[in-house]
Ligand binder design. Structure first.
Ligand code: 13P
Ligand code: SF4
Length: 402
């Protein structure tokens, strides 16, 4: 068994997740000074940006963006707040954003309005002369933080000791993970997946070996495995807080799917009970959910898919249709605003944005853009060379599948 050098712990980002939850529907931006009253970690920023009104920020972002022209591309994930996404040159789910980052030739600099693992991926996939910026360095992801490198290295060592180190198990990591895990997958014949291609990548994984280690999201892994016909009895959960992940050698040898015990703090709020309540209230409602939701929620939903799938399904739906949506509220609110002829609401009655995505406040975007106007690269995201090379292998395996 691997020698553990530290005790696993609950990530701070998980503890901070409910900080922005509110009961009223909308989440309009306030000045950063006011928003900083919410007790999460915020990156320090020059005082001049703290008290700018949202209107001033908006005006200055527009000017900076115009000045920078094509030298800077802003990428925005669907979960970004409205005051940010309006400036994105390209908006998408994790898969589309990674494809876009790999194909941007003109931009000297990519400003990634999303979370840390997305910016890291853009850095790995972009050309070596391009710089990638994350406007607020504290915009992480609680799920990614549930799989720190030391724990995953220990687990991989344990799994190889039980299952053999040649093809006993194929590691597949969800995009929502640190670059080091993508690199581990790259050098051990594994791959990366996103919520839009997890089934294809898992199918590929089972062509490489009899078993798959799926990390860090147990729910996406379980939902995908079930979709492929793998029974629950052939799945085990790897708990990094326990020796051998809490499994016996026999359980691991019999398993087809080993699921890392990680989850998304946003999507685990959606429940089958909420779906039932929505159906009782609106008998014609269609329920659409992200595959990071628990199995019971996914089972009860009418449709399941990535943020891009959710977005296009609702945008393309007929007028008068009704939708209860199991995903992050900034995207749900935007869909509701853009489709006034449809009834669209978040399955969770309490408004809870992803607390790390939400930390990309317009003041941070303005700070990094004005920095570029002045020739300064603020918050550059870099990945060590060897990690980049190995992680790219795992990412390219995914990109080749779709
Ligand atoms: P998508 O890949 O569907 O955009 O999801 C990313 C994410 O972080 C969901 O929580
Ligand atoms: Fe991470 Fe969940 Fe936020 Fe997505 S919604 S970035 S998985 S914490």
């Amino acid at each position: 068994m691997a020698t553990r050098t530290h005790q696993p712990s609950i990530p701070l980002t998980e503890i901070e997740q409910s900080a922005f939850c509110r009961t009223e529907d909308q989440l309009p931006a306030k000045s950063l000074a006011e928003e900083q009253a919410v007790n999460v970690r915020w990156q320090d920023i020059p005082a001049q940006y703290l008290h700018c009104s949202v209107e001033e920020l908006d005006q200055r972002i527009g000017i900076a963006k115009k000045t920078l022209g094509k030298s800077v591309t802003i990428l925005g994930h669907h979960y970004q707040r409205e005051e940010i996404i309006k400036y994105a040159d390209f908006q998408g789910d994790s898969f589309l954003l990674s494809q876009e980052a790999a194909s941007l030739a003109e931009a000297e600099c990519i400003v990634f309005c999303g979370v840390h693992f997305m910016a890291e991926t853009a850095c790995i996939l972009s050309a070596s002369n391009q710089r990638v910026i994350l406007p607020n360095i504290t915009a992480g992801c609680s799920m990614a933080d549930m799989a720190p490198m030391e724990d995953v290295d220990d687990a991989w060592e344990d799994l190889e000791s039980v299952l053999g180190n040649r093809g006993g198990i194929t590691p597949i990591t969800y995009m929502n993970s640190i670059a080091g895990i993508k690199a581990l997958c790259g050098r051990n014949n594994g791959a990366v997946c996103t919520s839009s291609n997890a089934d294809k990548v898992m199918e590929w994984g089972f062509q490489q070996s009899d078993r798959v280690l799926f990390l860090p999201d147990q729910h996406l892994g379980r939902n995908t495995g079930l979709k492929m016909g793998i029974p629950l009895g052939k799945m085990v959960v790897w708990d990094p807080f326990k020796a051998m992940g809490g499994n016996t050698t026999e359980q691991l040898a019999n398993a087809k799917l080993v699921l890392w015990k990680g989850h998304c703090s946003v999507h685990t709020r959606f429940s089958a009970g909420q779906i039932q309540a929505a159906r009782e209230r609106y008998p014609d409602i269609k329920v659409i959910a992200h595959p990071e939701c628990p199995m019971e929620t996914v089972d009860a939903a009418d449709f399941v898919g990535s943020t891009e799938f959710i977005r296009s399904m609702i945008n393309d739906a007929p007028a008068g249709s009704q939708w209860a949506v199991g995903t992050e509220v900034s995207l749900v609110n935007r869909l509701a605003i853009n489709n006034p002829d449809k009834l669209i609401f978040c399955l969770d009655p309490v408004t809870c944005p992803c607390s790390t995505m939400y930390r990309i406040h317009p003041a941070y975007l303005l700070w990094v853009l004005e920095g570029l106007v002045d020739g300064k690269v603020i918050n550059e995201i870099t990945v060590p060379e060897q990690t980049q090379v190995e992680a790219r292998v795992a990412l390219d395996r995914m990109l080749a599948l779709k």
